[in-house]
Design a protein around this ligand. Structure first.
Ligand SMILES: *Cc1c(COP(=O)(O)O)cnc(C)c1O
Length: 410
């Protein structure tokens, strides 16, 4: 059994090259149905490490959509750089726990360093990592309730569902505000509403359309949280001005597993006053050397793949990739605008392009597209293709040509 926990270089090297082969050989642009050939009950006897991985590989890799494929212009999930894979593997191999300083303080220190690198771009002074913006939003609203006695959450009707979830979990009332034709919260709709006991949630890059709510609005609210899960990383780029005003928020959520190209599950919750916020969500326990802060108990070194990526690329390298994605969205939008058969929802603000065939069902055309893949979203009663520029390798023409080919064959 000793071997299980040791560095078995031959087996490990072979298993890693299996990853290389499988990832390299995959061609499928969209997800196929899984084909695991596994026993229906937990096997009594093990087969050993390499055979176990081989057995899983056949079911795991073939159906996985290639997020870095030229035809993939769909969801907010980016392809991840190899340096982040190695970081994730290191984290798994040491299994440090931020809850227990004595499993190694590296994970904790690194998380503080990485948060220290990123928080200033948002005008925030600290925070911590969580496994997604769903939890970042919940954490931020929890702090709002504890620190400001917030009893209501006010947000636009197209706010991400995680905000409604958070309000429900925290027992806060939810007040929905209408959006304008570009999916932005209509701030004037809040005139006359008492925001004294309210946390206002401002979305920087809505999940469906990438719209940015007015970021400077509602200074009178008891708490202002910006959900920048998707578009937050624009702050590191020449498009930083799009999110001007974010620095006046009390808290900010950013998903690193979206536009910072991280493997799941990686996100930041950032605070204007992190000591206060952390104090308000700090719990001690007899066996804990340091108090447990936030929603998570045991928590590993997700900072490691993020630090590896940020060091490998630098601020400029991150910016270059995101700016390139923004250009791809622009190119896609201009091409769609030129095609009489296609309709464009509006100019993309944060790399999210909504488009559709003018005279055919978006759902049907999407099903028949070859070598390209888009996601689908509903705005009002209409379905639109949703192409999120999370993939720096995406080829806008390939995606449009693929849709036009379906229309021609109809
Ligand atoms: C993706 C997203 C979320 C949820 O983030 P996860 O990281 O998926 O938990 C919340 N808000 C917005 C605007 C998003 O785009």
């Amino acid at each position: 059994m000793d071997g299980d926990f040791a560095f078995q270089s031959d087996e490990l090297t072979r298993s890693l090259s299996l990853l290389g082969e499988r990832v390299a050989s995959g061609q499928s642009v969209s997800a196929a149905s899984p084909s695991f050939n596994l026993p229906s009950e937990l096997p009594a006897q093990g087969v050993g490490g390499e055979p176990a991985l081989m057995q899983l590989a056949d079911g795991f890799f073939p159906p996985a959509a290639r997020l870095g494929h030229a035809g993939y212009f769909a969801h907010m999930d980016p392809p991840t750089p190899w340096v982040s894979w190695v970081g994730a593997l290191w984290a798994a191999s040491c299994n440090q726990n931020l809850l227990h300083q004595d499993t190694g303080s590296g994970a904790r220190d690194l998380e503080e360093i990485v948060v220290g690198w990123l928080a200033p771009f948002f005008g925030m002074n600290g925070g911590h990592l969580v496994p997604g913006s769903t939890l970042a939003n919940l954490t931020a609203l929890w702090a709002a309730r504890e620190l400001k006695g917030v009893r209501r959450v006010v947000a636009s009707e197209v706010v991400h569902l995680s905000i409604r979830k958070a309000a429900s979990l925290l027992n806060l009332a939810f007040h929905e505000v209408p959006v304008d034709s570009e999916q932005r919260l209509r701030s004037e709709a809040l005139n006359g509403i008492d925001l004294g006991e309210a946390a206002v949630v401002i979305t920087a890059g809505t999940a469906a359309a990438g719209a940015i709510d007015p970021l400077d609005a509602f200074p009178e609210a008891a708490w202002r949280h910006v959900d920048a899960a998707w578009a937050g990383p624009l702050r590191l780029t020449r498009h930083a001005g799009l999110l001007e005003g974010i620095q006046d928020a009390d808290s900010v959520a950013v998903s690193a597993h979206k536009w910072l190209f991280q493997p799941k599950e990686s996100a930041l919750v950032l605070f204007q006053k992190p000591e206060e916020a952390h104090q308000a969500m700090s719990f001690g326990g007899g066996y804990l050397a340091v108090p447990n802060v936030g929603l998570l108990g045991s928590h590993g070194a997700t900072a490691l793949p993020l630090a590896a990526t940020l060091l490998a690329w630098g601020r400029e390298g991150i910016a270059e990739r995101i700016e390139h994605c923004m250009e791809l969205a622009e190119q896609l939008a201009s091409r769609i605008a030129e095609e009489p058969e296609l309709a464009l929802f509006g100019q993309p603000e944060t790399g999210v392009v909504l488009w559709r065939p003018r005279h055919s069902s978006a759902e049907t055309v999407r099903e028949h597209m070859q070598g390209a893949f888009v996601s689908l979203t509903q705005v009002g009663d209409e379905y639109w293709f949703r192409s999120v520029a999370a993939n720096p390798n995406a080829d806008p023409d390939r995606v449009v040509d693929s849709a036009l080919a379906v229309l021609k064959s109809e």
